[in-house]
Design a protein around this ligand. Structure first.
Ligand code: SF4
Length: 120
């Protein structure tokens, strides 16, 4: 099995398509939340969270943002990442099993969340 394919199975959410970035450029420079009030992304108020999720809904790096949050549970423990709340991310990974099928299921669920805009 090619090494890339093995990596994708080990960390399937890394298979998400990535936008074009210049060499050395961080995906964060393309984030739709650049310049937005960071408090909105860490608010407890559901209405405020929806405002943040609305920004995520039109973000070109949403899949990468979510993948990073899933990869780094401590970093992604709080706040809105990739249009998901901490609870949603916890639910995504709670049923994750050690086998490839379980990891693939997490990846597919996360991908569906990224493909679904949070605002009309
Ligand atoms: S998905 Fe949301 S939190 Fe992540 S970079 Fe885009 S706007 Fe920011």
């Amino acid at each position: 099995m090619p090494r890339e394919a093995r990596t994708t199975i080990d960390r399937p959410h890394r298979a998400f398509p990535a936008p074009a970035l210049r060499s050395g450029e961080s995906w964060r420079v393309l984030a739709a939340c650049v310049g937005a009030d960071p408090e909105a992304f860490y608010a407890d108020d559901g209405a405020v969270q929806e405002l943040a999720r609305g920004i995520c809904g039109r973000c070109p790096v949403r899949t990468i943002c979510l993948a990073d949050a899933l990869d780094a549970p401590r970093t992604g423990k709080h706040g809105i990442w990739g249009g998901t709340t901490a609870m949603e991310r916890a639910n995504l990974t709670a049923g994750e099993r050690a086998d490839a099928r379980g990891r693939a299921q997490v990846a597919l669920t996360a991908l569906r969340m990224c493909e679904t805009p949070t605002v009309a």
